[in-house]
Design a protein around this ligand. Structure first.
Ligand code: SAH
Ligand code: SF4
Ligand code: F3S
Length: 428
């Protein structure tokens, strides 16, 4: 039996797909890159906004007849039985905490040819280290260190799709980090919905201890982490970063809005002032630090003043990059009780305005790099220009240049041209 995995959503989904691929290959199923050749299609789904969720259904609609379809991930968890009831093409639904069972699910398919569902939450951490061949990325070594979220931001479905926080034991994380390093990975990325709440009580370790252990003992060039919730930071993170150059000078700190009034309604626990203070504390102590963030525009009751506060926050922080979204009402969330009162035209105008402000900041900051030499990790060959590669800087900015380097190599590039989203230069 041949299988194909289609992945939507965040890096944790990418990593879950790697775990699923690992399990299935061990059971003797064959991984194919061409979905037409597959007998079973696994769709690893994202429910965070309406749009990614819709993509899942249009994808399922396009899957050729005669194939088994398994829905895994966050839509599987949030929609559950309705998926089987409402869409006859779907054969199995497997939730975020049960995907490690996918091997036996497949065996049952073959034996009994019966549809089914398993979306139970579990408190246990299922220890699986995807081997190198099962990994999507040969460049970024993903390591899940925790799953779930206890924050319940009022707009967010994730606590309902990933359950409450659970943490992977320290020793297992280190085993995976050593495995990646010994297989040539130069960057590792620690993953979780809320990495900074990670702890291993038995070992008496907190997130900063984990981070500094990896930085000091694992032979990689850079270690990163996503996502850290800006509400729970303390100065220790700055100290640990200052001590270890191998912790990337780039942090994703999603703020969502620059207005404290809106942050309150979103159930984020920090104010605008606290967030800015945190950012400037980092900048003061780590002068080369860069930030990225997520923004939601058009949250219920957001007015012009709130939106202006978001724009001014963007200008103050000078983010390296941002992701921005129009508020999307989600099942199970508290914000459903608030009236989604803004006109879609206004929401779109705000989104475009915000993106324009950010585009200018990025262009201005990128221009300062012209004539400078920077280092970047080669991610892949440019599919459109065969003599070029695409690389990413420490702050995740794309760099294009002519090179015969292989993915996974660090290269030095003299920057010659820049746009708001990417840099171009020559290898030196
Ligand atoms: N754990 C991360 C966020 C995960 S979801 C954190 O707390 O920062 C990724 C991003 O999707 C969020 O940061 C938010 O900007 C966006 N998002 C989540 N729910 C949304 C919704 N209902 N509408 C629009 N954007 C949403
Ligand atoms: Fe969602 Fe908030 Fe948890 Fe992030 S912290 S996953 S936005 S509930
Ligand atoms: Fe999406 Fe689930 Fe990740 S909802 S963003 S795939 S945690």
């Amino acid at each position: 039996m041949k299988f194909f995995i289609k992945t939507y959503g965040c890096q944790m989904n990418v990593n879950d797909s790697e775990r699923i691929r690992h399990i299935l290959k061990k059971k003797g199923f064959v991984d194919v890159q061409d979905e037409d050749k597959a007998d079973i299609i696994i769709v690893n789904t994202c429910a965070v906004r309406e749009k990614p969720q819709q993509k899942v259904f249009s994808y399922v609609g396009r899957v050729g007849k005669g194939k088994k379809v398994v829905i895994a991930g966050c839509v599987a968890q949030s929609e559950g039985l309705d998926l089987l009831k409402n869409d006859k093409r779907i054969n199995f639904v497997v939730g975020t905490h049960q995907h490690y069972k996918i091997g036996s699910i497949f065996e049952n398919f073959i034996k009994e040819d019966k549809n089914g569902i398993d979306i139970k939450f579990s408190r246990e951490w299922e220890e699986i280290i995807p081997d190198i061949k099962a990994r999507d990325s040969k460049v970024y070594g993903y390591i899940s260190i925790m799953e779930g979220c206890n924050n319940f931001c009022s707009y967010c479905i994730v606590p309902f799709t990933r359950g409450r926080e659970k943490f992977r034991p320290f020793k297992d994380i280190i085993t995976e980090a050593e495995y990646l390093s010994s297989n040539g990975y130069k960057e590792i990325i620690l993953l979780g919905q809320n990495v900074n709440s990670w702890e291993d009580k038995k070992e008496g370790k907190k997130f900063v201890d984990l981070l500094s252990y990896i930085a000091a003992n694992i032979d990689v060039k850079l270690v990163r982490f996503i996502t850290s919730y800006p509400g729970y930071y303390d100065n220790e993170l700055i100290e640990v970063m200052a001590k270890h150059r191998s912790i990337a000078r780039h942090i994703h700190f999603p703020v969502q809005s620059g207005s404290t009034r809106i942050l309150k309604k979103m159930n984020r626990i920090y104010t605008r002032e606290q967030y800015l203070k945190m950012i400037f504390d980092f900048k003061k102590n780590l002068p080369d630090i860069k930030f990225s963030s997520d923004f939601i525009v058009g949250f219920p009751s957001e007015n012009e003043k709130d939106f202006d506060l978001t724009l001014s926050l963007i200008q103050k922080v000078e983010y390296e990059s941002i992701f921005s979204f129009i508020y999307s009402p989600r099942k199970y969330t508290k914000a459903l009780l608030l009236k989604d009162d803004l006109n879609i035209k206004v929401k779109k105008q705000r989104l475009y305005k915000l993106q324009e402000v950010q585009r200018n900041i990025q262009l201005q900051n990128n221009k300062k790099l012209i004539g400078k030499t920077i280092e970047a990790l080669v991610v892949k060959r440019n599919p459109k220009k065969i003599d070029e590669v695409i690389a990413r800087t420490e702050s995740y900015r794309v760099v294009n240049f002519k090179s015969d380097a292989d993915p996974g190599e660090f290269k030095k590039i003299l920057i010659e041209n820049v746009g708001p989203y990417s840099l171009r230069g020559k290898e030196i």
